[in-house]
Design a protein around this ligand. Structure first.
Ligand SMILES: [Zn+2]
Length: 335
C-alpha cells in the first residue's frame, strides 16, 4: 500500500456521510489545496474511525471554501476510512492509527511507513501548524493536547479553549510527530455525534486558516488551565472486567465517567475487586515506568486511589477500555 496525493477534491466529498467515505477514499490519500498563504495548515481526522466530529468539521470547512480561495493552503488526511465504514476505532487486525507516527514504539509496518511519508511531505511543504481532531467515548469537556510546553503550542491550544493537556506518552501519536515540524495540537471534542462539537471544531479550524502567524508570547496564566498526564492506567490483560457482572475479576463503578476532569480525593473507589491479592490494573508513567503502587491500593476489595488526582478519558465503553486504556491520571501544572 502506498500513499496517494490529490490536488483537488472530488465533489462527492462535500456531501458524503462518514460510513460511505471508504467507497470514495479507499486508500491512504493526502489532499493538498492551495490558499493565499503558501505554508499549509495540516489537518488529520478519523485516525480513529468512530470519531466522526473531525471529518464533519472538515467537510463543513471544504463546503465553505468550495467557491472561494482558502486563506491558507490546506493539506488533510482522512485516516482510517475503513474502520469508519464500520463505526469502529480500528479493525481487529489493524494497528491504532494514532500510534504509528514517527517516534512510535510499534515495529515498522505498512501503516508506520505511510505515516512517515506524510510527515516527510509536510516537512518539505514547511507545514504552518498541525491539528488532529478526535472524540472520546466518556463524558469529558472539550480540550486540546500538546506534547511541548512551548508558547506557540500553548497559543494554538488556547485558541480552542482554556483546558489544555500536556503529555509525552503514548508515543507514535500524530501531534508528537508534527511537534518536531510546527506547533501541533490534538483536539478532543467530547463524544461523537454532537453538533456542538462539530461547530466548535469547525470554528477552530477556520480561525486557524486565518492566522497569519502564531504569537510568540506567553498565554496569560488566568486564560489557561494546563494539566500534565502523570500515568496511563490499563486493566491487566488476564483480568475480566465488567460494569454489571459481579463475577468479573473487576467490577467497575458505573458512575466513573462522571469524575473525568474533576479533582478526586484519595480513598475514592473505582470498583470492586474479587481477589484482594491481585492488583487488576497497571499504571505507567510518562517514562514508561510501572507506578501502580503510587496511585492505587486495594482496601476491603475496593480498588482505591492512594493520592488526590484528576482522571480523564474514563469511559463505560468496554471495547475502548480494552483497545486503549481505562483512563489517564493528571496533575495541574503552573508555567
Ligand atoms: Zn481518538
Amino acid at each position: 500500500m502506498s500513499l496517494k496525493q490529490l490536488y483537488s477534491i472530488p465533489k462527492e466529498l462535500l456531501s458524503i456521510d462518514v460510513a460511505s467515505l471508504h467507497t470514495l477514499v479507499p486508500e491512504p490519500t493526502l489532499f493538498h489545496l492551495p490558499g493565499k498563504h503558501k505554508r499549509p495548515l495540516f489537518i488529520s481526522v478519523l485516525l480513529h474511525g468512530n470519531e466522526t466530529t473531525g471529518f464533519l468539521a472538515l467537510q463543513k470547512l471544504l463546503i465553505k471554501y468550495d467557491q472561494q480561495e482558502l486563506p491558507r493552503a490546506l493539506s488533510f488526511y482522512l485516516g482510517n476510512t475503513e474502520a469508519a465504514s464500520q463505526g469502529l476505532r480500528r479493525l481487529e487486525q489493524q494497528p491504532d492509527f494514532n500510534r504509528i507516527w514517527p517516534g512510535t514504539e510499534t515495529p515498522p509496518n505498512s501503516e508506520t511507513a505511510i505515516a512517515q511519508v506524510i510527515v516527510t511531505i509536510m516537512a518539505e511543504k514547511k507545514v504552518f501548524a498541525s491539528i488532529d481532531v478526535h472524540n472520546n467515548t466518556g463524558l469529558n469537556p472539550h480540550y486540546a493536547c500538546i506534547t511541548k510546553l512551548d508558547d506557540q503550542f500553548l497559543q494554538l491550544a488556547n485558541l480552542f479553549g482554556r483546558l489544555v493537556v500536556y503529555f509525552t506518552r503514548p508515543k507514535g501519536v500524530q501531534c508528537g510527530a508534527f511537534a518536531e515540524l510546527c506547533p501541533a495540537v490534538t483536539l478532543e471534542c467530547g463524544k461523537p455525534g454532537h453538533p456542538h462539537g462539530v461547530d466548535h471544531a469547525f470554528n477552530y479550524l477556520n480561525s486557524c486558516l486565518h492566522l497569519s502567524s502564531l504569537a510568540n508570547h506567553t498565554v496569560p496564566q488566568q486564560d489557561i488551565d494546563i494539566y500534565h498526564t502523570v500515568a496511563q492506567v490499563k486493566i491487566n490483560p488476564d483480568i475480566t472486567f465488567s460494569f454489571d457482572n459481579s463475577s468479573a475479576d473487576l467490577l467497575l463503578d458505573k458512575s466513573i465517567e462522571k469524575i473525568n476532569f474533576t479533582e478526586i480525593a484519595k480513598g475514592t473507589s473505582l470498583g470492586y475487586v474479587l481477589d484482594q491479592t491481585n492488583m487488576p490494573i497497571s499504571a505507567i508513567n510518562e517514562k514508561g515506568e510501572w507506578v501502580t503502587n503510587k496511585f492505587f491500593t486495594i482496601n476491603n476489595n475496593h480498588l482505591q486511589l492512594k493520592t488526590n488526582t484528576m482522571p480523564s478519558m474514563l469511559t463505560l465503553d468496554e471495547k475502548v477500555i480494552k483497545q486503549d486504556c481505562l483512563c489517564y491520571l493528571m496533575e495541574k501544572i503552573k508555567l
